[in-house]
Design a protein around this ligand. Structure first.
Ligand code: CUK
Ligand code: CUA
Ligand code: CA
Length: 647
């Protein structure tokens, strides 16, 4: 037995935790890459014991039964989670942590045929030869549409960091219905819908989606300017929530990470870790302060209307100047750069609409900015943007993302400390004003390990219910059965309804969710069966199944109805361009059929009353069994047709 195995689990955990802390501290003073150090030498002994975790240690053990969802019982909450570089979005149940669905967004998915069917390819975007424009995606942030400051159950918006795309998912079918590629953007990171109109109070729902461009690039990016970083700029974008067309853009200093919006619709903001506009990491951390950058939506739209914008390259989208230098006068400024602690990560609006919490990452603090004071700055009543800061509590090492409970408390993930810290907003404000008798930090709890995003149930709406906090941890190490070098990640469920946080479940998740939201099940209303009439190309009756030829173009009109397809066989000629339109005539909920053609790389499903199509060139003569892939009936294996491709 190895030495490590002889140690109790607790001791092993402690050793690792200490090591992480030590590496973290070294990281902060050198290059800030603690996680990488830790990965490179996971078994190294701690160089020196770190200070024990602050705050009361006595957390009650998990009361598993209380949070168990018994067989046949339904979860209370949905969690919608980004899938990182898997390019998808996932739906979980909480508190059980059961995975219900993976929604393909920017990725290909051979189960449903996403990226294979004509309909999905049209949404994903194709090259002139009909092949997909991109096969990859990197989803970070998922946020639903709003009405009256809370979710309206219509859409979920999600970003693609790699190719700068915004996708929309319909919440009735839980399918991606539109994707927009943003011009002039590389590394589109944070996304947030507005919560109401900035000028017309009658419009109390989401009409705009704000997108934070992270990487600065030369404008135009035409292959000349590697060594001219001063010419690199990032772009902040507003997309119309209905048409999904880009409305306007703002040229800015610095790189956007997260995006948040105010409850009155007036402001959008983003945290900026690279106000230095550096291209190397040393440059990106050279300044003592970075910024939380606020956008005055009404003023930007007035500037666009007045023609005060530029366009770049082939893009026709108006771009206004939001740079720091051009917006020094508050009375006319479109943007306000509020100085916050070094290299902030994450900005979140509190459910009462009063504050924004922006974490330090390379500073052990969170910066609290008051919404009303930012508006005052724009009115010219405050000189210094820094005067909008009302608290800056010291909360721990590597603070990233913050959730709120609706009772005045904030919960921030501490990446380097591997903890969640609970701090009280009003206490933090008092202490910032000089009242030394209050300690804003109320509680701490260890998580396993290195949390990235953390979020509370309904915490980004005015209906924050203070029940659960979910910690999406980047490292799981010893928490699950080993499955080889790629580890699962942990989503740890914490009960925040009491004074003390209680860890109640470890859920394993496939890499690599960044952000999620937790919604009570009452707010989600799906359709469980499609409507035939929603598909203009539907084959509405098995009698309509046929083969139609126009020159070399052949269309196969096909239906599925357990246990048979509407045609038993059909013939095409070698070299034909074949389109198969398949309608599932079954009406019963859950009766999905699949359709696969061997060697032709065709595979997709059709749900009850749904129609999908595929197009391919019949270039391989022979007989091909077109079979149902989705177990649908006692005669599922017998559910087949033949396609003859004549030589
Ligand atoms: S983020 Cu992923 S953990 Cu800025 Cu998209 Cu923080
Ligand atoms: Cu239809 Cu299996
Ligand atoms: Ca910086």
């Amino acid at each position: 037995m190895s030495k490590k195995q002889e140690l109790s689990t607790e001791a092993v955990g402690m050793g690792r935790r200490r090591f992480i802390n030590t590496a973290a501290l070294a990281g902060l003073t050198t290059v800030g890459l603690a996680a990488c150090n830790d990965k490179a030498a996971p078994s190294a002994a701690p160089a020196a014991p770190a200070a024990p975790a602050a705050g009361p240690a006595a957390h009650a053990g998990p009361e598993v039964g209380k949070y168990e969802v018994a067989p046949g019982q339904l979860d209370d909450y949905y969690s919608f989670s980004s899938g990182g570089h898997s390019g998808e979005v996932r739906i979980y149940g909480l508190p059980s942590g059961r995975l219900f669905k993976r929604i393909p967004v920017f990725n290909m998915d051979c189960l449903v045929g996403w990226g294979i069917t004509n309909e999905s390819k049209k949404i994903l975007g194709t090259k002139p030869d009909g092949s997909l424009k991109y096969h990859t995606g990197d989803t970070h942030h998922v946020h639903p549409s709003y009405k009256d400051g809370t979710y309206d159950g219509r859409y979920i918006f999600v970003n693609d960091k790699i190719h700068g795309r915004l996708a929309r998912i319909r919440m009735d079918t839980m399918e991606t219905d539109k994707i927009t590629e943003l011009p002039l953007v590389q590394g589109f990171h944070g996304v947030f819908p507005d919560k109401r109109d900035p000028v017309d109070p009658a419009i109390n729902h989401t009409t705009r989606v704000f997108c934070g461009g992270e990487f600065g690039i030369p404008l135009p990016n035409d292959g000349h300017d590697l060594n001219k970083p001063e010419a690199y700029r990032s772009i902040f974008t507003c997309v119309d929530a209905e048409s999904m067309e880009v409305r306007w853009q703002v040229l800015i200093d610095g790189n956007c990470d997260l995006v948040a919006t105010s409850y009155d619709g007036k402001l959008a903001c983003t945290n900026q870790y690279n106000t230095e506009n550096g291209v190397h990491y040393e440059d990106m951390m050279s300044a003592e302060r970075d910024a939380c950058l606020f956008f005055n939506v009404a003023r930007i739209e007035a500037a666009v209307k007045a023609g005060k914008f530029k366009t770049y390259g082939a893009s026709k989208v108006p771009v206004v100047d939001g740079s720091k230098a051009a917006n020094a006068d508050p009375k006319t400024a479109l943007t306000c750069y509020v100085p916050v602690a070094k290299n902030p990560h994450g900005v979140n609006a509190s459910p009462d609409g009063k504050y924004y919490a922006c974490s330090g990452k390379l500073s052990p603090t969170a910066t609290l900015i008051e919404h009303a004071l930012v508006l005052k700055w724009f009115d010219g009543e405050l000189k210094d943007p820094r005067d909008t800061v009302v608290a800056e509590p010291e909360i721990g090492l590597g603070p990233l993302h913050t959730g709120f409970d609706g009772r005045g408390n904030a919960y921030t993930t501490l990446f380097l400390d591997s903890q969640i810290v609970k701090w009280n907003v009003e206490a933090a404000i008092k202490s910032f004003k000089g009242d030394k008798s209050v300690n804003p930090v109320v509680d701490r709890i260890d998580v396993q390990y290195q949390p990235g995003h953390g979020f509370t149930s309904m915490g980004e709406t005015k209906d924050a219910d203070g029940k659960f906090f979910l910690s999406d941890n980047k490292f799981s190490k010893d928490r699950f059965l080993p499955v080889g070098p790629l580890h699962p990640e942990t989503a740890q469920l914490i009960d925040i309804s009491g004074d003390k946080m209680k860890l109640v479940a470890d859920h394993s998740v496939y890499s690599e969710p960044h952000d999620s939201i937790i919604i009570p099940r009452s707010l989600v209303r799906t359709r469980q069966v499609y409507d035939l009439n929603d598909f203009p190309n539907a084959v509405k009756d098995a009698k309509d199944c046929r083969v139609e030829r126009k020159g070399k173009k052949v269309t196969i009109y096909l239906t599925s109805q357990a246990p048979a397809f509407g045609l038993r066989e059909w013939t095409v000629k070698r070299g034909d361009e074949v389109t198969i339109i398949l309608t599932n005539l079954d009406k019963v909920e859950d009766l999905t059929h699949g359709f696969a053609i061997p060697k032709y790389d065709i595979q997709f499903i059709v749900n009850p009353q749904e129609t999908k199509s595929v197009t391919f060139t019949a270039d391989k003569p022979g007989v091909y069994w077109c079979y149902c892939t989705n177990f649908c009936h006692a005669l599922h294996l017998e559910m087949r047709s033949r396609m003859l491709v004549e030589a």
